[in-house]
Design a protein around this ligand. Structure first.
Ligand code: AGP
Length: 606
């Protein structure tokens, strides 16, 4: 999903826009571009590749105090110089940057072509630039943009500038996030606040169907029909330095290292020793309502879905409520039965994932109750849910999620204890789990100190092209997360399976070149897992065990032991070595760890 940024003020726009693009690059990084308005003309630079390649075109030299810029994750039109944004009309007067998909672009394109318009790219966005030019009747730019948008079907977070109207830029939102940044006698906007955190003191989130008319001295918002809307600026939660990599080579490694503090922030003020329970101020449902909950459905995509799958075991064990996790898109398109005594939980670090947002809207449309487990404060899913638990994990820039996975499971553990202590979870068990959560950050820190051991484990993957990750119950969910991380950053084909399923087919793929990582807690399924290891070993497959200290009842090829904590919380620790393993395998293979190919941090299109 693309990142867009804009500036209008007294200072030279280009350096500010380029810095904003570097901050947004995790949203999409296959091409980038910028347009700056000055003395009735537009200066445009764009190219295929990273923002650093755009830097080489020296756009920082462009003069002008107003401009827009874009970093792309291609949807319509392959990554190329001509498909890069901004897109302009034939006269080069209007420039547009866009995050989203214009579904009726082909129809609009045909109408414009019939009126003699020619196109220089394969994108849907260029169509909109020509549409604006065609519809410009000299009225205020916001009226022209609104009129054109009324013809558009699709999703967008977009911005328009006009060389002939240098004192204004217009942004609009329908489905893709746009945040305005309020500075001192200057205004900015971005797909998220990372783009302007250095220059703004407060921010305003646009809602779907809204446009904003942005000038150096302020902004006004309205609906497409012209009706004004009122916004309440909110404080910028994360400061500029939180977005920096510090001394780390990669954001992924920095964010793995952030976990002890991030978990402390997720726990902050939420452990209540008096009643051996948790305090969740962001959940407005009263104890009475929570007692009526008969079922829990956790919705999310990718690692967020897997965080839900991991925590579903915890919630069932502690609160004895049937709990299931489901990929959000699968849920919303299978015409789900929404039950009033089911609590729906949407998990999303970015709070902008389109499929999860749409699932939340579907549950609400049918009268269901939904809460959010979200990292980005003020994000769309958080506002749509209206209640839930913020992770406070800090910005997560690397495309692969690490600390927000851990903090999401911790947040769901807090909820499990809360629901359990409203039911049959004893005081003693409440106390045991709270003590376990309090000890979690130090245990994570202890594992991180043994990174070298894990870097050596990565050697097992040097010649591998395929790998298996297996486990049972919550161990299987952690195996899914481990496999996802390895796939995302090292491009090694990794499949996760319930350990018991191997002999029903996948065992055919076990060879001496295919390592199997087994998540092997010392729990009541330990013996069952030992037999799985024996099955693999019998076929010459190398086995790497992520386990707990103690006598090994079977010969693994390699192993890594994590400290024992509480059975319900052990999956959180067993996952940490898998994060570092994926990191070191990717490092070994020279992969682009923070910006893996074909991916983006926040998936805002369907
Ligand atoms: C995880 O490493 C991936 N970046 C991806 O699977 C991610 O979890 C998914 O896109 C959901 O993102 P969200 O948590 O921001 O909703």
């Amino acid at each position: 999903m693309c990142g867009i940024v804009g500036y209008i003020g007294k200072r030279q726009a280009a350096p500010i826009l380029m810095a904003g693009l570097h901050r947004l690059e995790y949203r999409g990084y296959d091409s980038a571009g910028i347009a700056v308005g000055n003395k009735g003309t537009l200066k445009v630079a764009k190219c295929k590749g990273r923002v650093r390649e755009l830097d080489e075109l020296k756009p920082q030299r462009f003069k002008g105090v107003m401009g827009i810029a874009h970093t792309r994750w291609a949807t319509n039109g392959e990554p190329s110089d001509r498909n890069a944004h901004p897109h302009c009309d034939s006269a080069g007067r209007f420039a547009v940057v866009h995050n989203g998909i214009i579904e009726n672009a082909a129809a609009l394109k045909a109408q414009l072509a019939a009126r003699g318009v020619t196109f220089s790219s394969d994108t849907d966005t260029e169509v909109f630039a020509h549409l604006i030019a065609m519809m410009d009747d000299g009225s205020p730019l916001e009226n022209v943009v609104s009129a054109a948008l009324r013809l558009v079907v699709g999703t967008y977070g977009l911005a328009v500038i006009d060389a002939a109207r240098p004192d204004v830029l217009v942004v609009a939102r329908n489905g893709s996030p746009i945040v305005l940044g309020i500075g001192d006698k200057e205004m900015l906007f971005g797909s998220d606040s990372a783009a302007f955190v250095r220059h703004a003191t407060s921010m305003v989130h646009l809602d779907d169907g809204e446009i904003a008319v942005v000038r150096a001295d302020g902004y006004e918002t309205r609906k497409l029909d012209g009706t004004s809307t009122v916004k309440t600026p909110s404080e910028l939660v994360w400061k500029d330095e939180a977005y920096e990599k510090g001394t780390f080579d990669h954001y992924m490694r920095k964010e793995i290292g952030d976990q002890p503090d991030a978990v402390r922030r997720t726990l902050g003020g939420r452990l209540e020793a008096r009643f051996q329970t948790t305090h969740l101020g962001g959940i407005e449902l009263a104890a009475r309502d929570l007692l009526d909950v008969r079922r829990i459905k956790i919705l999310g995509c990718g690692a967020a879905y897997i965080a839900g799958a991991t925590a579903s075991h915890l919630i069932e064990q502690l609160a004895r409520i049937p709990t299931q996790a489901e990929p959000a898109s699968e849920f919303r398109y299978r015409n789900p039965v929404i039950e009033m005594d089911t609590l729906y939980i949407a998990v999303s670090q970015s709070g902008e994932t389109f499929d999860t947002l749409a699932a939340v809207q579907e549950v609400k449309r049918r009268g269901g109750r939904v809460i959010g487990i979200v990292n980005v404060v003020g994000s769309t899913i958080a506002r749509e849910c209206g209640q839930g638990i913020y992770l406070h994990a800090g910005p997560e820039i690397a495309v692969v999620s690490t600390k927000t996975f851990t903090c999401s499971v911790v947040a769901l553990a807090l909820l499990a204890i809360h629901l359990g202590r409203l039911r049959d979870l004893s005081n003693a068990n409440g106390a045991r789990l709270i003590k376990g959560l309090e000890a979690l950050p130090d245990h994570i820190a202890a594992i991180l100190k043994r990174e070298d051991e894990i870097a050596r484990l990565a050697e097992c993957f040097r010649k591998a092209e395929h790998a298996f990750y297996v486990g049972r119950a919550a161990g299987y969910a952690i195996a899914m997360e481990g496999a996802l991380k390895l796939k995302e950053v090292s491009y090694l084909h990794a499949e996760a399976y319930p350990a018991s399923e191997l002999k029903h087919g996948p065992l055919a793929l076990v060879t001496p070149e295919t390592p199997t990582v087994i998540v092997l807690p010392r729990d009541d399924l330990y013996r069952k897992n030992v037999s799985t290891i024996e099955e693999i070993k019998a076929r010459g497959g190398p086995v790497i065990a992520i386990t707990h200290p103690g006598e090994a009842h079977v010969a693994f090829d390699r192993s890594f032991e994590v400290p024992l904590l509480e059975p319900e919380l052990d999956p959180l620790l067993l996952n940490i070595p898998l994060q570092l393993l994926a990191y070191h395998v990717a490092l070994q293979r020279g992969c682009d760890i923070d910006q893996p190919r074909n991916l983006a941090k926040s998936v805002t299109v369907e």
